[in-house]
Each structure stands twice: as structure tokens, then as C-alpha cells.
Design a protein around this ligand. Structure first.
Ligand SMILES: [Ca+2]
Ligand SMILES: [Ca+2]
Ligand SMILES: [Ca+2]
Length: 479
């Protein structure tokens, strides 16, 4: 992709908050393998003259696997724990509800390096792989209805590139970390790019329940650069319920085509000296304007001396950027605004406002986190005062909008966590215990720009039955 130049760099390193994203209960499209579907096995001990249809006689190379005439329901499974160097290209199509699967068999994840995964086909699910040290992208996906889940992507230029022809891609429950390579990394020209967890160039992408950490690298142009999620041309992206730490930037948006991105219920922490939560731009920037960015109910804590909460520069307007119900605990500067924005009901803390004005409901106040977490105490000023949230459940899977301070009045909490009064389980991490229902589901599909999780699930199931409607139930016509 074209490089995105980053204008404003500021910020830092925060202690990694010690719990894992409750990602295991995410509802993904489940598919019963259709009768007649074929599973192909790939192992370094195999032979490319084998048919590859049993684990006892696998094929050997990614090149051979790339030539398979895959049909909907078929799987290509790489031997767990083994390393495969080269390119696995999948240009065949699965079907809605009956995808082609690329994954691992046996024990552990297969490791893929080299040119790695190139998926130009549609309805392809990539799962349970480690993708590392790839030439450029760990995974390049450019079809409709593709899913990446249970994947570890590390030491790539881009962990995952959701290509410009992509539609309704789901990047869910992955571990995207230490994508720490920059290209071309030459002094001058401001053309360096890389060190990114996910780049979104296509439309209708969901990036959810991922753990995204330590994506940054030195850059000859920018000092350091890199981000967890970069929006570069994508429309209608939903980035929610991710746990991000120590990325150079959590998210940067550029490219005039990019629009209608929602960030909700993400926890973003960093202790890097320079780091930011969100960077976007108006129409006076070469890479702008980017329309319709909404950040709601995110919890951000950046502890670096030069940290920066957000930047909307070069002619920001309320059409371009809305910020509401977030908590920004930022040691450096809370925000940099050139122009105006909309939103309100945010809590800012610690750093300099630098001339930033409070919007309606905004407060500069200690958020009152439980020690070592971004979870509010029941007496926190975050509790019960948020406006109607976009999601039914918080980052831990707790239902949003409950009475957290025990005064009998319910309301959603500011930030990514909902406190339940008199609930000792609230502080527990890992398991949501709430099941799949409603997790990440939106109260209003239109509002969030995407269908609910349940809706998606149903959509996949249905379209699988009815054949090739091409409908994923994700609300493609929302724009
Ligand atoms: Ca350069
Ligand atoms: Ca509440
Ligand atoms: Ca209350």
C-alpha cells in the first residue's frame, strides 16, 4: 500500500494491563463440513505427488497446496508445529456458510514464513496459524466474507492487509504482535510504512477481540512509526473489543476513500515515550480528509512523556471526527485539534489539554480506576453517566447500561468497562461467563455501521443454506 505519512508524533510506555481479552467466546461463523468436502494435509515430510487427502500421505509444499482445486467446504491443513516457507495462495472461492478453510492439524499452530498467505478468493477462513517474518504482509486477504481467527502474526511489515477489493472481512480473536519491520525505511521522502497489525483498505471490515501489542519500528522518516490498526481506504470498519498495548499508535486513518470507522470498547495502553490513541485528518492534508470517524467507549492510558491522546488536524470538522464516552488518561497531551469536532461526555486526565476545549459533558477528572487496571471503581466518575453505547457488552462481556453505583439508576459507564455494583466477579479477568449472546452485539446496527454478531452468525447460516446469495447478513448497504 501507499505509505501514510504521519504528521504529528507525540507520546509513550504503560504497564501492560495483566489480563487477556476474553476472546474465546466470540461467535464466529461455524460451518458443518459439507458431505463431499475434501481435506488436504500438508507436511514437510509429505510428497507433492501424493493426493494429500489423508494425514498419512500429505503433500509437502505450499506451492503444491496453492494449486489445489479447492471447492466450498474444503480445507487445507498444515502440520501443527512445522514450519512452511513460501507462499500459500488461495484464489478459489468458498461459499457463504461453507467456506474454504486454511488452518493447522495435529498439535499446535503451523508456522508460515516467506511470502506467506495470499488469499484472493472469497469465503475463505484462515485459522490457527503462526505467520512470521514474511516478505511484506503476513496475510493478504482480498475477497468477500473472509475470516482470520486464532492467528498469530508477528515480525511482518503488515500482520494482516485487508486489501482494497475486500468486503465484510472479519479479523477476530487473533494475536498480532511485534510486527516490527519498516519499508523502505530510507531517509527522506516520508514514504516509510510498516510495523502495523492490521491495514484496512477494503470495506465492511470487523476487527474485534484481538490482542494487538508492540507494533512499532524505527523509521528513517518518522523516528518511530507503526500502529495496531491502520485505516487506509476502507469504508465502514468496526474496530471493537480489542486489547492493545505498546503500539506506536493505536490507530491512524488516512486516504480520502476511508470513511465511517467506528472504534468502541477497546482498551489502549502504552508506555512508549511517544504513542497515540488515534490520528486522523481533515481536507488540508494530502491523505485526508477522512470522514465519519467515531470513537466511543474506549479506555485509553498512555504514560509516556510525549504521549498524545488524539489528533485531528489539517481542518478537522464534526463530519470527520466524533469523540464520546471515552476515558483518555494521557500523561503527555490529551488531544490536538485543528478545527472542530463533535461528541462529548469524555473523561480526560493527567496530561495537558494544550488549549483543547471541553465539549458538553466532558470533564477533566481522575477516572478512579482500580489499581493496575482501567476498570473503574463503583465510586468512579465514569460510572453510569455515558450516553447510549454502541455495544451491548463491555470489554469483559458484561452487559452495558447497568446500575454500577447502587443508586437504583442504571446507565452505561464511560470507557470500555461496565461496573456492576456488589458484584465481586467484576474484577475477574479472562472469562466473561456471559456466553456468546449479545457479546459485541450492537444495540442498533445502523448506528455502528455493522450488523450484530448474532446477526452475522445468522446471516452466514442462512446464506449457507440458501446457496449463493452472497449475503453475509452484515448489513452491506449501511452507508
Ligand atoms: Ca523514507
Ligand atoms: Ca453503569
Ligand atoms: Ca446508578
Amino acid at each position: 500500500m501507499a505509505p501514510m505519512s504521519t504528521k504529528l508524533r507525540s507520546s509513550a510506555r504503560l504497564a501492560l494491563v495483566a489480563f487477556a481479552v476474553a476472546a474465546s467466546s466470540v461467535a464466529l461463523p461455524q460451518t458443518a463440513q459439507a458431505a463431499g468436502a475434501t481435506t488436504y494435509y500438508v507436511s514437510p515430510s509429505g510428497n507433492d505427488s501424493n493426493a494429500g487427502t489423508s494425514p498419512g500421505s500429505p503433500i509437502r509444499t505450499l506451492g503444491r497446496a496453492s494449486g489445489l482445486g479447492l471447492n466450498p467446504g474444503d480445507s487445507v491443513l498444515l502440520q501443527g508445529g512445522a514450519t512452511f516457507s513460501g507462499k500459500l495462495a488461495v484464489w478459489r472461492n468458498g461459499a457463504a456458510g461453507n467456506p474454504i478453510t486454511v488452518g493447522s492439524y495435529g498439535t499446535g499452530r503451523a508456522i508460515v514464513t516467506g511470502d506467506c498467505l495470499e488469499v484472493g478468493g472469497s469465503y475463505v477462513t484462515m485459522r490457527d496459524l503462526t505467520i512470521t517474518g514474511c516478505t511484506s504482509n503476513g496475510i493478504w486477504t482480498n475477497g468477500t466474507g473472509n475470516v482470520v481467527t486464532g492467528v498469530e502474526a508477528t515480525h511482518n511489515i503488515h500482520g494482516i492487509d485487508v486489501g482494497p477489493q475486500s468486503k465484510n472481512t472479519q479479523i477476530v480473536s487473533n494475536y498480532l504482535h511485534h510486527n516490527d519491520r519498516m519499508a523502505p525505511n530510507t531517509p527522506g521522502a516520508f514514504d516509510d510504512y510498516g510495523a502495523v497489525g492490521v491495514v484496512v483498505e477494503g470495506d465492511g471490515t470487523e476487527v474485534a477481540y484481538n490482542t494487538i501489542t508492540d507494533n512499532w519500528a524505527p523509521s528513517a522518516d518518522f523516528g518511530t512509526d507503526g500502529s495496531a490498526v491502520e485505516i487506509y481506504g476502507g469504508i465502514g470498519t468496526s474496530v471493537h473489543h480489542n486489547l492493545a498495548s505498546n503500539n506506536r499508535t493505536f490507530t491512524e486513518l488516512g486516504n480520502k476513500r476511508s470513511a465511517n470507522t467506528v472504534y468502541a470498547y477497546n482498551q489502549v495502553t502504552s508506555s512508549l515515550t511517544e504513542s497515540e490513541f488515534l490520528i486522523t485528518r481533515g481536507d488540508r492534508d494530502y491523505f485526508g480528509p477522512v470522514a465519519g470517524t467515531r470513537a466511543e467507549n474506549n479506555s485509553v492510558q498512555l504514560t509516556g512523556a510525549k504521549s498524545l491522546g488524539f489528533s485531528c488536524y489539517a481542518g478537522c470538522t464534526p463530519t470527520y471526527f466524533s469523540l464520546s464516552n471515552n476515558v483518555l488518561d494521557v500523561a503527555g497531551r490529551i488531544g490536538y485539534l485543528e478545527g472542530s469536532m463533535t461528541g462529548g461526555n469524555n473523561v480526560y486526565w493527567r496530561g495537558s489539554m494544550g488549549g483543547l476545549k471541553l465539549m458538553p459533558g466532558d470533564r477533566y477528572v481522575d477516572p478512579g480506576f482500580k489499581p493496575g487496571t482501567l476498570v473503574p471503581t463503583s465510586t468512579s466518575p465514569l460510572v453510569d453517566v455515558a450516553t447510549q453505547p454502541l455495544m451491548d457488552s463491555d470489554l469483559k462481556g458484561t452487559q452495558t447500561g447497568v446500575d454500577g453505583n447502587g443508586d437504583g439508576k442504571s446507565g452505561a459507564d464511560i470507557g470500555a468497562y461496565e461496573v456492576k455494583s456488589k458484584d465481586g466477579k467484576q474484577g475477574k479477568s479472562g472469562k466473561s461467563g456471559k456466553g456468546k449472546k449479545g457479546k459485541g452485539g450492537k444495540k442498533d446496527g445502523k448506528k455502528a455501521g455493522k450488523g450484530s454478531k448474532d446477526g452475522k452468525k445468522a446471516g452466514h447460516g442462512k446464506s449457507g443454506k440458501s446457496g449463493k446469495s452472497g449475503k453475509s447478513g452484515k448489513g452491506k448497504h449501511r452507508h
